[in-house]
Design a protein around this ligand. Structure first.
Ligand SMILES: [Zn+2]
Length: 427
């Protein structure tokens, strides 16, 4: 224990005077490590390190079942970090040797296709919204656009409903709740496009026999900030009353087991849960939207990256499971099996958040399941497993989109087979 506190004070000293935002935050020589934790002392040491210094960032929190975590390390901390890895014999693998080079490569690849909207590059919020306007204008009979609310910085949060007929079961998709998870809005726009334009028989049935309520970019401020200022920005942009740190983790701010496990009360933490449940305007807007269509919804899907997982509730405990957990896993398995059978061979793990990923509370899918009676409620974590992490290169956008389409087709078929797609409302 003494050692922990000795080095803790060193870290605090070393972190004083963190520099302010420049035009665009750089990550030269920042490294990302996968750690395989084998005992409590190792876990404590890493948690203390990352808690006390903003020169570390946990990309994937420790999970007692997988024993793994991913940590980003500032180059000024690299020596100290290596020392502690050796001292405490922590098994590790370097996933990303220089974060900035991945960010640079992504910008170059993005610039190559800068003139057209598509899925060869990542689009900005303005481009996504302009494209959405085009879609709404081109398919007025079956689409309906709406503004579900405004972000802290006053941007519109938009939704699109796609419905070919009345009486369909409903699916709501929440995407890009975390700013840096660009693959989610890329995938959801591809999905919208396929629902409206595909001539594939299965996709047509998927489009026409369900009602789709889709929010392509929920955390609009965080997404714009991630594009313009800090590629790795996760939270929203609402300031805190008690700290100079900005933003809360929107997916810890729903009113379900808020702040129980896996959310932080520290405004500087990347999983800061907000001042109170629904304190974040984006989450208030999203929850109001879901409440307004609650009776029409059979399935909730939250799109995230990275890790390749299909996750069910619960996040706050790994000792309890939803009543219909077996059914949920059967549906999740259909998604994972269908994706793995594709030529890319991507493997998705399935399970509850707390058992397969890490503890979370105040999350969207738990709120949807517990409070909105949406019996099938999932987080889908897209590509990859850590090689590129949040900076999934643009070349992998389309493969990810194809996997999501195939996975969702299988998922919906399995949900139907188990009787979860009966329309919830009477005409
Ligand atoms: Zn996320």
């Amino acid at each position: 224990m003494h050692l922990i506190w000795l080095f803790a004070s060193l870290v605090v000293l070393a972190s004083a005077g963190t520099s302010q935002d420049s035009e665009q935050k750089r990550y030269d020589n920042h490294r990302v490590y996968e750690l395989n934790i084998s005992n409590n002392v190792q876990l404590k040491i890493i948690n203390k390190l990352t808690e006390l210094s903003q020169k570390y960032d946990i990309w994937k929190e420790y999970n007692a079942h997988t024993k793994q975590m991913h940590v980003m390390v500032n180059p000024s901390e690299e020596k100290r970090f290596q020392l502690f890895l050796r001292l405490f014999n922590i098994n590790n693998e370097l996933l990303i040797p220089n974060l900035q080079s991945l960010i640079d490569n992504e910008s170059v690849a993005n610039a190559r296709y800068s003139t057209t909207f598509g899925w060869s590059r990542y689009n900005s919020l303005a481009e996504i919204y302009t494209w959405l306007d085009g879609i709404l204008a081109a398919y007025p009979e079956v689409t309906e656009g709406s503004i579900i609310g405004q972000s802290y910085e006053g941007r519109d949060i938009r939704a699109i409903k796609i419905s070919y007929k009345e009486g369909n079961p409903g699916v709501v998709i929440e995407s890009n709740i975390h700013g840096c998870e660009w693959i989610t809005s890329a995938t959801v726009t591809y999905f919208i496009n396929q629902l409206l334009t595909s001539e594939d028989e299965q996709v047509r049935a998927l489009a026409e026999n369900h009602d789709w309520y889709i929010v392509p970019v929920l955390n609009v401020d965080g997404f714009v900030y991630s594009h313009e200022k800090d590629r790795l920005w996760r939270k929203n942009r609402q300031p805190s009353n008690t700290s100079s740190c900005v933003g809360a983790d929107p997916n810890r701010n729903y009113d379900s087991h808020w702040m129980e496990q896996g959310g932080s009360s520290d405004p500087c933490a990347s999983n800061y849960a907000g001042a109170y449940a629904f304190s974040e305007p984006e989450i208030k807007a999203m929850s109001d939207y879901i409440i307004s269509i609650k009776d029409k919804l059979n399935i909730f899907l939250g799109f995230h990256s990275y890790s390749q997982l299909v996750l069910s509730p619960y996040g706050h405990t790994d000792l309890e499971f939803p009543d219909n957990y077996d059914d949920m896993m059967q549906v999740a398995k259909a998604y994972a099996d269908a994706v793995e059978a594709m030529p890319y061979g991507s493997v998705y793990q399935i399970g509850s958040s707390a058992t397969v990923l890490y503890f979370t509370s105040g999350g969207a899918k738990e709120w949807a399941y517990n409070e909105m009676d949406i019996e099938l409620s999932y987080t889908i974590e897209f590509r990859d497993t850590g090689r590129y992490g949040f900076m999934l290169p643009p070349a992998f956008i389309l493969p990810n989109c194809e996997e999501a389409m195939t996975g969702l087709l299988a998922m919906m078929a399995e949900s139907d087979k188990l009787g979860y797609l009966k329309p919830k409302y009477v005409l």
